[in-house]
Every structure is written in C-alpha cells, then in structure tokens.
Design a protein around this ligand. Structure first.
Ligand SMILES: [Mg+2]
Length: 369
C-alpha cells in the first residue's frame, strides 16, 4: 500500500486546487468546490488532511467514508467541498500512475460528448438571451440550451414582473425545432406556480424543468413531477446520501443532477449515479463553471450507464466568471459541433496553469519525515 504523504493547496477566494503526493513520489491534482474556496482549503488542511496523511492512495471511497466518520460532528457542504479536493486529486494520481484517463478507470472511454449551452443569467432580457443562443447555435453548433425562469429562491416573485412568461416563448421560438430546450427555476416557485409555469413550458416544447420548487422541499417537487408531462430535474445542492435515497425512492424528480464537487468527489457521486441507475433514473450532473468540475463531470458521464443526454456547459465568460480565466494550459473546453472531448491523457488529462498556481495562496500538510 502506497501512502499519502503530502497535501498542498493553491487557493484564492473562488478556486482551490489540491496536489496530492504519495510516498513513492506519485502526484495527482484535484480541486475543492468553487466559491469560498479559501475557507474550504482551510477545512481540507484542518479536518481532512489529518486523516488522509498516511492512508493508502488506492481505496478512494473507503478513505472518504472513513474521513466522514472521523469528522461525523461536521456533516455538510463544507466537509464535502473539501473532500472533493482529496477525492479528485486521488483519481488523478491513480490515472497518472496507470497511464489512463479517469473515464477509463471508471469503465468508460474518452470521446466526444454532447453539451447543452447553459446560461447563468437572469438579469438578461428575453431578446438578448435569444440572440446569444442563436449566435452560439450558429457559431459553435450547440443543439441544446438552458435558460433561467423565476428567481433564485424567489417565492413566486419573478426577477422582474412578467419575465418568465416572456422569456419562455421568446427564447423557445427563436431556437425553433430540432433544439433541446431546458429551463432552470433555481428553487423559485411554489408547486402551484411551478405547475402553471410547467404548462407554459410544455406548450413551448421545453423538455427539462430544473429545480422548480425549494430544493429541500422534496414533496413539493414530487407534486410538480407527478403532475407535469415534461422531465422535472434536481439535486444539484444535495450531498447527503440519506436525502438522495429518499429523493430517488419517492421519485421526487425524473432526472438527478448531483454536482461532483458539492458531493465530495467522484466516489460519492458514483453512489448517487448507481442509486439512480437501479431506479431507472438518468443522471445529468450539475457543472456550472469551467473550473475542474466540468472536466470531472465529462469523465463521469463517459462512464456511467445512466448518463443523461448531455453535459452542462456554462456559456458565461469573463463578465460573469472572471475567476475562471487562465486556470488551465491549452483549451480543454474547446467546443466543436456542440460537443466537447473527454480528455484522453492520464488522470483528468489537463494541466493547471503554473502562472495561476504561482499567484495563489499556498498551504501544505505533510507527514513528518
Ligand atoms: Mg440548476
């Protein structure tokens, strides 16, 4: 058994990359979940590293679960966000050691993967949203798009009066036939309002209604799922496996959307994907920015049997995500005909930009020699 000897983080407020080193000198790179990543890195060093250092590199799920047990007084999002850094670094290490991409370690193979162009904006007019979608359709070949309705945790109050009733038909009709259409409610609606919006979506040919109700209200979400004909989807915020079991058992949603980083990494996300597969439920993960999360999601989607129809691919640039610029060398997120290529190099198949690392805050936890 080769032991973990060192965990290093390179962080700013938005991103924290993690480097794991084994006692034989093997290394791997991963990432904690984005946002408040500097806080998450502290949790990694304080509450994850003490249990990981000296543990074996091979049993990733076993190690993650052991750390959850050791830190059982601290369940929740931050522990998972930090565990994601360890998990994804260990998958990369294993891939580099075996000379295989992670997608192959998971039983799949690299190749092209269809993406949906995902808008993060609500402060955009229906006309402007339609115009940029048409441009992306024509220039990059996307054939699937997601846009926003309601308001985030909006309690039935729209971003501005009438926006939902306008943005649904304006964007849907501009895109026309032959394009998959998805919308996201971001926990914005009561069941009554969600069902009314859902009828509008059905009439305009939208096939995916994401997070219609407050995500923690599974019975509300189920009511919408049971009533509407189109797919109701959700789960991006959820990390607790008990909640995931309940959500899937009760069929609260038609499609599950775990986020690899919010979940605590690949090993725990695979548990959700398997629970869903056993229930006949597709898995279309959440991956809302172009840090490492979308790369990890590409490898996952290339391997799981119940992969949904597409990868979530954020279309936002420097104005919305200034912090996601220049994270990697080359262009791992190049789009061709609406598809992306799962990297075929060892591990995640990407190289983190050394200039970015050089500017980041550095912290290290290591076994004492
Ligand atoms: Mg969403």
């Amino acid at each position: 058994m080769t032991k973990i000897s060192c965990l290093e983080t390179f962080s700013n407020e938005f991103v924290s990359f993690v480097k794991v080193t084994a006692e034989d000198g093997a290394t791997g790179w991963g990432q904690c979940s984005t946002y408040n990543a500097d806080i998450t890195a502290l949790i990694l060093h304080r509450q994850v590293a003490p249990h990981a250092l000296g543990a074996g590199t091979d049993d990733i799920l076993g190690l993650v679960q052991r750390i959850e047990e050791k830190e059982h007084k601290f369940p929740g999002s931050y522990r998972c966000r930090a565990l994601a850094g360890l998990d994804t670094a260990l998958w990369d290490l294993r891939g580099r050691r075996e000379g295989k991409p992670v997608v192959e370690l998971l039983g799949g193979k690299p190749g092209w993967i269809r993406a949906y162009a995902s808008s993060m904006k609500r402060d955009i007019t229906p006309e402007d949203e339609a115009a940029r979608f048409i441009r992306l359709r024509d220039e990059q070949g996307f054939d699937a798009f997601k846009w926003r309705v309601g308001a985030e945790c909006g309690r039935d109050v729209d971003e501005w009066p009438g926006r939902t009733e306008a943005v649904v038909p304006v964007v849907a009709r501009a895109l026309g036939d032959g394009i998959a259409k998805l919308v996201d409610g971001n926990s914005g609606f009561s069941p009554e309002r969600a069902i009314a919006v859902g009828r509008l979506l059905e009439a305009e040919g939208i096939g995916h209604f994401e997070e219609p109700c407050p995500y923690w209200e599974l019975e509300q979400t189920k009511e919408v799922t049971d009533t509407l004909d189109i797919d109701v989807t959700g789960g991006e915020q959820d990390w607790d496996l008990a909640t995931w079991k309940r959500m899937i058992d009760m069929r609260a949603v038609d499609i599950v959307q775990p986020d690899v980083m919010y979940m605590g990494g690949i090993a725990r996300t695979l548990i959700v994907a398997e629970l869903a597969a056993k229930a006949g439920v597709p898995c279309t993960p959440h991956s809302a920015n172009l840090s490492l999360v979308t790369i990890c999601t590409m490898h996952l989607l290339g391997a799981i049997p119940n992969a949904g129809k597409y990868l979530e691919f954020s279309i936002e640039g420097e104005d919305y995500y200034p912090w996601q610029q220049d994270l990697f060398l080359g262009d791992p997120y190049a789009v061709q005909d609406g598809k992306l290529r799962i990297p075929d190099g060892p591990g995640w198949g990407v190289e983190i930009n050394p200039d970015w690392l050089g500017r980041a805050k550095y912290q290290k936890s290591a076994l004492e020699a």
